[in-house]
Design a binder for this molecule. Sequence first.
Ligand SMILES: [Zn+2]
Length: 349
Amino acid sequence: MYFGSVRFFKHLILTVTALLIIVPTVICIILAVDNNKKAAEIDRLNSRLSSQSEDISSSATESSDSSKGESTVGNTTKAEPSVTESVKPETSAASETVTTAAKTTKAPETTSAPESVPDSSVDTDKSYTSLYPDLYADKYDGEYEDSKNTVYLTFDDGPSVLTENLLYYLHQENVKATFFVVPERTEYCYSLLKEISDAGHTIGVHSASHDYEKIYASVDAFLADFKEAYDIVLEATGKAPDIYRFPGGSVNDYNADTRDDIIAEMDRRGFTYFDWNVDSNDWQGYGWTTLYTNVLADAQEFSTPVILFHNTGDRDNTVLVIEDIIQALKDKGYKFGSLSHKTEPIQFQ
Ligand SMILES: [Zn+2]
């Protein structure tokens, strides 16, 4: 009798032990191979980045020579982007934090009720309507496109050294997104803007200076800043942007007095602005797990989630988590789209 014999139990124990050891070992090996693949991919991206950084440094040195005359006059207001900014694309994020911290403890780009800040420079006449006669967009009067079950990924404050990594993952997932940019007059920025545009993503204007106090001081000031960013995008991509996003969102602590006039004027000129309904809060420096969990939980509350991310040089976790967020939302049945003036705008009230 084999069953129930001592030999049977010996074999049984041996088989179970073998399974307990062999199965986990095989799983470990598969995971290790997958991890190695990912590590190799990150290494490849990093080496591409470092070679580009060298290119920027050399072009920055050149532009430093040519702009020396202007920047050493001792005037703090700059006519052109400074060299330090061209080398460090994350400056825009830093300035967002700095200007906000100086004024109030409120975090950047959140949606609180406006505080009324007395401002003597509010426009009473509307002479700004005659400024920049070419700064108009073709206003879309047709029906909005069907945005049901569509996710709009939006990336503010770029481009930066992380833009190409982000484009790589969006390409892997065959997803188009929207970039609200803070562009600079550098060769490097021009090439990134062109790459974004050539990959089929939408570029919208965010700001040239991202300096809240400056741009929201008056309609004239807003238009001047907008025009600067608009021109750079147009020169770099050959496409005139027709959508934009307000730094800090359309309702913020700095534009209580000028908000309505700015929106009316931009609307008159045919431009559409987009706020967001899901904030990844990636500017807070969250890790992979928090970003993934929060974004997924919030996005599923909307049929049309417009998700705010940032693409500054210090938002590497956003790049690392984006592919998994996209896959998870695809699994939930969402499609992906890039914003345009045919999309029904999400705007704070
Ligand atoms: Zn911003």
